[in-house]
Design a protein around this ligand. Structure first.
Ligand SMILES: NC(=O)c1ccc[n+]([C@@H]2O[C@H](COP(=O)([O-])OP(=O)(O)OC[C@H]3O[C@@H](n4cnc5c(N)ncnc54)[C@H](OP(=O)(O)O)[C@@H]3O)[C@@H](O)[C@H]2O)c1
Length: 269
């Protein structure tokens, strides 16, 4: 029997995926740094009768971690049929004030880790002639966002790579879908130093993302927007000059800091 590998499974959207796949009786490998939180979740899901849950505590900021995750699965003869790349974080603020180590970590966690993880597991999927990958990007990946630039760039990376792999792996029986949510109520914003409560945009629950992602996967969609508004925010860009798109993103994600006080507005995603 194949299992589902979920990165970023300890909280937020990844945790919601774990709950959903427990309901679907799928064996799982849960990945995040917080081992105790993963164990707590695993105990909860196991008590409600879910199948086997494996905990693989890893820091995806470490370039060696994807290989360790792959070896963890190989040692236990776990056949990974579905990968959900959900781990990620943002940083809101001036690019020049971003700590260099946080910059490196974001590139590693949001982009390199998921890219290497897919590179390691795809050959096994190809050999099985089936497999699926859900990558969590963002509507923020479709344009630059002043004061959220590196995060937006990492999400563009995920969209571009996912689209390429969707087409490249189609004939090999492997589905790749990229999911692009707007604001979701999770701990993401606290870590990114954002204030969603000031946003003019609505905030959805993680379950909206999970339901849309699974539906999109069944329909072999290339790109999934969990809400109509997410779709419109991206679709309407086609009718605007690029500079206007950037200005709109800046307007919808007003992240200007006033001294040390909190941002006057809020981030879009
Ligand atoms: N929330 C939103 O509004 C929103 C919108 C669009 C896209 N997204 C995307 O959705 C994904 C999930 O975010 P979320 O909203 O669910 O936020 P979250 O609740 O903060 O979850 C982030 C997850 O990533 C894991 N993670 C972070 N750094 C890691 C590292 N170095 N190594 C391993 N795991 C790490 C965290 O686990 P540990 O801390 O235990 O390691 C946690 O499980 C992210 O890719 C985010 O960019 C979020």
């Amino acid at each position: 029997m194949s299992c589902t590998l979920i990165t970023g499974a300890s909280t937020g959207i990844g945790e919601e995926f774990a709950r959903e796949f427990a309901r679907r009786k799928s064996d799982m490998v849960l990945v995040a740094r917080s081992e105790s939180r993963l164990q707590q979740l695993s105990a909860e899901l196991s008590s409600s009768g879910s199948p086997e849950i494996h905990i693989c505590a890893e820091d995806l900021g470490d370039p060696e971690s994807p290989r360790r995750i792959y070896e963890y699965c190989a040692r236990r003869a776990l056949r990974v049929g579905l990968i959900i790349n959900c781990a990620g974080f943002g940083f809101a603020g001036e690019y020049v004030s971003m700590p260099e180590d946080e910059l490196q970590e974001m590139v590693q966690v949001n982009t390199a880790a998921m890219a290497v993880l897919m590179r390691l597991f795809i050959p096994d999927m190809v050999a099985q002639k089936k497999g699926a990958i859900i990558n969590i990007a963002s509507v923020g990946g479709f344009q630059g966002i002043p004061l959220l630039g590196l995060y937006a760039a990492t999400k563009s990376f995920i969209i571009t790579l996912s689209e390429s792999l969707h087409e490249e792996l189609h004939d090999k029986g492997i589905k790749v879908v990229v999911v692009c949510p707007g604001y979701i109520e999770t701990g993401f914003h606290a870590r990114a130093r954002q204030y969603p409560e000031h946003s003019i945009l609505p905030v959805s629950s993680p379950s909206v993302v999970v339901k849309a992602a699974i539906k999109g996967l069944y329909k072999n969609k290339l790109c999934v927007f969990p809400t109509v508004l997410d779709f419109l925010l991206v679709f309407l860009q086609r009718f605007l000059p690029r500079r206007a798109v950037l200005k709109s993103a800046a307007f919808l994600a007003p992240l200007k800091y006033k001294g040390d006080s909190c941002p006057s507005g809020n981030a879009l995603f």
